[in-house]
Structures are given as structure tokens and as C-alpha cells.
Write a protein that binds this ligand. Structure first.
Ligand code: C5P
Length: 252
């Protein structure tokens, strides 16, 4: 089993310390996925969640609807932003993208956990505060989806293999299902962020997510951060749902 601190670039290591330190309250550990179609909707959601949520994830949908400037604006006011770009390209293109994103003041950035891609990204982020997260296997994929994508591993094995590769590449954390968080934590050690989407409070709609876990169980499984999108953003009373999820996380 690899040692948690082996092969870590100093800048990424320092940043991981920062992430851990900042993530000392449950509020710091809840990341709300701003998966909404317009800037107006995003601004409304952030207003409604003011004081309850302080960490947002911006992905494809909002990024291509003016969300990148909004991300910069929120970050400059002290709100933490996880830019979910799931980068994958040739090393040089990924490196140039990471350098540009590092200058935007983002807290977290995702890329697919391919060893060469991760190494290029870690090199490019060196000296910045950006925490790089490796996406292992999407939480919307089950065993058949992974076979259809041409992999010879089952999702669990693939997640563990990619977690080990992320650790060796010097990444700041892993994105995986909270079902796998316990096993991933054993591989990556206590310092890396283990960020888990696919969170569903009891009784809520699963949507396209297949490997889902409740907020309390995700915390018990060793997640450092929970990503919650539709259960909060799609709710009539977003603030009440976010508060209920935070209560459930605290109860764990
Ligand atoms: O709405 P929901 O809670 O399912 O949102 C989860 C968010 O996390 C989505 O924005 C999705 O793109 C993202 N995500 C995921 N699985 C991953 C990585 C990111 O669901 N492995």
C-alpha cells in the first residue's frame, strides 16, 4: 500500500493542508452543484443559500452560460469554487488549461484520473493554491456501463486503481462514489480530499445516479466533501434542504 505522502509535489501538498484546515466544519464540507441553465438562476440559488452554503461546484451547464465570470466573482468574494471541468486531452493542452484555471482563484478542479493527464496537470498547478481532483469512475456508471466503455475492470477495481495512480501523480484528491470512499481512503491516506457526488437523502429521487449514498453514510465512509446538486438546487425550499443535509452530516 503506498504511503500517503510519497511523490507529492510541495505545492500540492501545501494546498491539501489548506483544504483540510478549511474543511474543519460541516459547512466547509458541503459543495452545492450549481447545475442550473442561466446565470440568473445561479445568482438566485446563491442568494437563497447565503449563510448556509459557502462552497459551490460549477460544471458544464453553467460554465457555458456565463458561469466562469460568475465563478471568478464568487471566488474574489471568498466563496470557494470547485470547477468541474473533467479535463482530458493531450498533456500540453491539459497543462495550459490548468495554468489558466489556477490563475482564476478556483479552489478545486477535476480531471479524469489518467496517469499521464494527472502528471501534466500537477506540474502545471505547482506553486498555485488549486486542489486537483482525479475523477475515477462517474457515479452514473454501473458495471455494464464500464464494460460497454471497454474496460476490463469492474467499477470498484477501476476506482481503486485510479486512486492509487492519483496518489502517485501527486493529486490533491479523488472524486468517487461515497460507496467507495472507505476503500479509497485506505489507499490515499488521511490527507487527500475524497469528494463524493451521488448523494441522496432518504426518499429523494436518484435521477441518473446509480451508486448513491445518504449524507450521513458518506461522512461515515470517510468523504471529506459531499457534492449535492439536484436534491438542493431542484428543491422548492433550497435553504431548508441544505440545512437538513448539514444536520444529517453533523449527526454522523
Ligand atoms: O444532481 P446531483 O446531486 O446528481 O449532482 C452531482 C454533480 O456531481 C453533477 O454536477 C455531476 O456532474 C457531478 N459528478 C458526478 N459524478 C462524478 C463526478 C461529478 O455526479 N463522478
Amino acid at each position: 500500500m503506498p504511503h500517503a505522502d510519497r511523490n507529492l509535489a510541495p505545492a500540492v501538498h501545501a494546498d491539501r493542508g489548506l483544504i483540510q484546515e478549511r474543511a474543519s466544519t460541516m459547512q466547509d464540507r458541503l459543495i452545492v452543484g450549481l447545475d442550473v441553465p442561466t446565470l440568473k438562476e445561479a445568482e438566485k440559488a446563491v442568494r437563497e443559500l447565503d449563510g448556509v452554503v459557502s462552497f459551490y461546484k460549477i460544471g458544464y451547464q453553467l460554465a457555458f452560460a456565463g458561469g466562469l465570470d460568475f465563478a471568478r466573482e464568487l471566488a474574489s468574494g471568498g466563496t470557494r469554487i470547485f470547477l468541474d471541468m473533467k479535463l482530458l486531452d493531450i498533456d500540453n493542452t491539459v497543462a495550459k488549461g490548468v495554468e489558466a484555471i489556477a490563475r482564476m482563484g478556483m479552489t478545486m478542479l477535476t480531471l479524469h484520473a489518467y496517469p499521464k493527464t494527472m502528471k501534466a496537470a500537477v506540474e502545471a498547478a505547482r506553486g498555485s493554491d488549486l486542489c486537483l481532483l482525479g475523477v475515477t469512475v462517474l457515479t452514473s456508471m454501473d458495471e455494464q456501463d464500464v464494460i460497454d466503455a471497454g474496460y476490463e475492470y469492474d467499477p470498484h477495481t477501476l476506482v481503486l486503481r485510479r486512486s492509487e495512480q492519483a496518489l502517485h501523480a501527486g493529486m490533491g484528491g479523488i472524486v468517487c462514489s461515497a460507496e467507495e470512499a472507505e476503500a479509497v481512503r485506505r489507499i490515499v491516506g488521511p490527507n487527500l480530499a475524497v469528494v463524493t457526488p451521488g448523494i441522496r437523502p432518504k426518499g429523494s429521487d436518484h435521477g441518473d445516479q446509480k451508486r448513491v449514498v445518504t449524507p450521513a453514510q458518506a461522512i461515515r465512509n470517510g468523504s471529506s466533501h459531499l457534492v449535492v446538486g439536484r436534491p438542493i438546487v431542484g428543491a422548492a425550499d433550497r435553504r431548508a434542504v441544505a440545512e437538513a443535509i448539514l444536520d444529517e452530516m453533523r449527526s454522523a
